[in-house]
Design a protein. Structure first.
Length: 83
């Protein structure tokens, strides 16, 4: 099934060719979770990301349980750094 993935900052380098503005449509397995997508894209799995599913933040504990559906929107953002 196909979903849209948006990334922030340097995480855009993990998107497949053809994506623009850190946004790409990708094929994922029917039972994929946000953690599956992170692994599929080759992002460090121990990263501290903000994960947003269809406009709602996904708590870290739910990222391996939430099942994605066709046409979902997933955003994976790097942690904010302040100074």
């Amino acid at each position: 099934m196909r979903i849209s993935v948006k990334t922030g900052g340097l995480l855009g380098k993990h998107l497949p060719p053809g994506g623009t503005d850190n946004l790409a449509t990708i094929e994922v397995a029917e039972d994929a979770t946000p953690l599956d997508v992170i692994a599929q894209l080759g992002m460090p799995e121990d990263g501290t990301y903000l994960v947003i599913h269809n406009g709602s933040a996904v708590p870290k504990a739910e990222r391996g349980r939430l099942r994605l559906a066709a046409d979902d929107r997933l955003a994976i953002m790097p942690p904010l750094k302040g100074g």
